[in-house]
Every structure is written in C-alpha cells, then in structure tokens.
Design a protein around this ligand. Structure first.
Ligand SMILES: C[C@](O)(CO)[C@H](O)COP(=O)(O)OP(=O)(O)OC[C@H]1O[C@@H](n2ccc(N)nc2=O)[C@H](O)[C@@H]1O
Ligand SMILES: Nc1ncnc2c1ncn2[C@@H]1O[C@H](COP(=O)(O)OP(=O)(O)OP(=O)(O)O)[C@@H](O)[C@H]1O
Length: 301
C-alpha cells in the first residue's frame, strides 16, 4: 500500500522467449514476432500530488536513470495529462530493481507504471484501449509492461495478442557491467544481415505450444533471439556468461532482448539458486538473480 494521497504501481521486467526480427522498415523500425514473457523482477512507481512534474529514483542502478523529461515515466505522465487537458502535476518516485539498459524493458516498465499510477491519482479512469495507445506512443515494449503475463507482439512489437501459459517457469538473469543501446543492437543486426534475404518474422508453433502446456524442456529447445548475434558482436564477453550458465546446469541460455542481460531457463527453483551462485562465482557477470514467470502486468498496490 502507498502512503495516503499517493498511488504505487508495481511493474514486471520481461524476457523475449522468441524474438524474430524482419528487415528494417522505411521508418527505421523492424517488424517483429516478439513473444514476451513477464518475469518476477519489478520496478515500483509511486505517484504523489505535487506542483509541477518531478522524478526521483532509488536502487543500485539509480545513477544511470535520467531524472529529466526524457525519463519514460515523465513522458507517460505528460502524455496522459495532455490527453485529458490537465497539467502533469505529480511527483514520481521510481524504486528500480530492473537492470538499466539491460534488455529487460526497465524504462518501459516505469512508463507503464507511471501511466497507471497517474491515472489512478488523478481519478481519470482512462479506458484500457486508450492507455494501450499511449503505451505504444511511449515505446514498442511499453504496452506489454502494462499487460504482463505472456503475449505475442507484432508490428514493431506494440500490437499484442495475449498468450495462454500452462505452468510456471524458473529463470536466472545475469546482469552485465554497462548497458547496450537498443538502436545500436538493431543497427548491428542490419549490418550483419546486409545482402541477406531476411525472412518475414513468424512465431514458432513449437514455442507457443511449450508455453501453453507449461513444458520447460520444450520451451528450452525453442528459445530464439534474432538479436543475439548482434548483441554478441557488440559485446563478445557475453559468450562466456552464456557458457557459464549452461555449464552450471541451465537447460538453455540466451541474450534477453537487445541485451546485455543474459537469461537462463532452469528446471526448478533449486537449480535456479545453484546456477545463480555459479554465475556469480564465475566472474563473467555483475550479478545473477533468480525469477519466475509468468508475472502479472502493471498492478496498483
Ligand atoms: C529489443 C526489444 O526490447 C524486444 O522486446 C524491443 O524491440 C525494443 O523496444 P523499445 O526499447 O521499446 O524500443 P523503442 O523505444 O520503440 O525504439 C527504440 C529504437 O529501437 C529500434 N527498434 C525498436 C523496435 C523495433 N521493432 N524495431 C526497431 O528497430 C529503433 O532503432 C528505435 O528507434
Ligand atoms: N525510467 C527509466 N529507467 C531506465 N532508463 C530510462 C528510463 N527512462 C528513460 N531511460 C533511458 O532509456 C535507456 C534504456 O533503458 P532501459 O532500462 O529501458 O533499457 P532496456 O531494458 O534495454 O530497454 P528494452 O528492453 O525495452 O529495449 C537508458 O539508458 C536511459 O537513458
């Protein structure tokens, strides 16, 4: 619960269990078949009445988060206020636990969280479709941060179809030193695929089946990220992290979205703890954390 007069929203991180990337479009974006899964690492956004718009942030990565109007949480408050013709008078406090610039949609989570928190604080009761439109305007990953669970994102990833998930999955996430810029990773994808026919992105039926039945082994076999080669090209040291996780007993390893966070699918909570400890001891990453999925989308606490 928030302090009286304020609203707190909790928002999950994501991992892309499949990220199929098409050729660059004329607008610079790429069409995707993006299978999002929300995981139990969360940011919290608290909205409190204030004169004007201000932002504070706490957490181990707080110094890497912009506190000006470029923060996605601030942009969310401004877009929502503009839609309703009110002024964005709010103080937003972000408790950041999702790695920054890590490929886990941390900024997107804060955008979706601020949107929901301001909507409740200002008593606007904005229809869900309008909130989703504002999310898409904020960024390709933001609609999924609002929705959570599992979903297929098409277009640039913003058009969502929710997916059924038949069971829980256990993960380990290894955060790397420093971030990777999402546009730079897509740019490297373009460079690596120059002169190559890039197929239309399509969701894998085997992967969707694995999610639907909650089959960890089948999901491990189907995990795929078309941005992985680009992330590894920009950050070759990630190969050692991926190897350390599979050596320690993970069923599969992949780069999370645009990276540099790496994701390891494991069979149970006990293996997750062991793989996280081995990754931390390996010296190939900054920290390793366990998490489960699916996790709910943005939720008012
Ligand atoms: C890598 C992913 O995290 C996978 O979920 C997303 O595709 C990125 O989503 P995001 O961070 O919300 O990205 P946006 O803020 O919408 O776009 C940032 C930049 O990423 C590139 N971008 C993003 C999404 C997309 N479908 N194609 C792209 O080429 C573009 O250069 C764009 O200017
Ligand atoms: N609330 C925010 N939290 C973190 N970064 C933010 C935020 N708002 C804007 N940014 C900017 O966005 C950049 C990318 O941060 P973010 O943590 O969203 O990356 P990401 O997890 O790789 O994103 P994605 O997975 O959606 O591509 C940061 O380097 C920062 O400059």
């Amino acid at each position: 619960m928030s302090a009286p007069g304020s609203v707190t929203v909790r928002v999950p991180a994501k991992v892309n269990v499949q990220l199929a990337v098409g050729a660059a479009r004329p607008d610079g974006f790429h069409d995707l078949a993006n299978v999002f899964l929300a995981v139990s690492l969360y940011d919290e956004v608290t909205a409190t009445p204030a004169a004007g718009l201000t932002i504070t942030c706490e957490g181990p990565d707080a110094d890497k988060v912009p506190l000006d109007r470029t923060n996605l949480a601030a942009r969310a408050a401004e877009l929502l206020a503009a839609r309703h013709g009110v002024s964005p008078d709010v103080h937003l406090h972000i408790r950041k636990d999702i790695p920054v610039a890590g490929g886990m949609a941390g900024g997107s989570a804060d955008g979706a969280g601020a949107l929901l928190a301001c909507d409740a604080l200002w008593g606007l009761d904005t229809p869900r479709e309008v909130l989703l439109e504002i999310c898409a305007e904020l960024g390709s990953d933001v609609p999924f941060s609002l929705v959570g669970g599992a979903a297929l994102g098409t277009g640039r990833g913003e058009r969502l179809t929710e997916l059924p998930v038949g069971g829980g999955f256990h993960w380990v996430f290894a955060a790397a030193d420093g971030g990777l810029s999402t546009p730079a990773v897509y740019g490297e994808f373009d460079r690596l695929t120059e002169g190559v026919e890039v197929p239309e992105p399509a969701a894998s039926p085997l992967l969707l089946d694995a999610l639907r039945t909650g089959d960890t082994t089948a999901l491990a076999a189907a995990l795929a990220n078309d941005l992985q080669a680009a992330a590894l090209s920009l950050r070759p040291s990630l190969a050692a992290t991926l190897a350390a996780g599979t050596d320690a007993g993970a069923l599969a390893a992949l780069v999370s979205g645009s990276g540099p966070t790496t994701a390891f699918l494991v069979k149970d909570a006990e293996t997750a703890a062991a793989v996280a400890a081995a990754l931390t001891a390996s010296g190939t990453c900054r920290t390793a954390r366990t998490a489960t999925s699916p996790a709910p989308g943005a939720t008012v606490l």
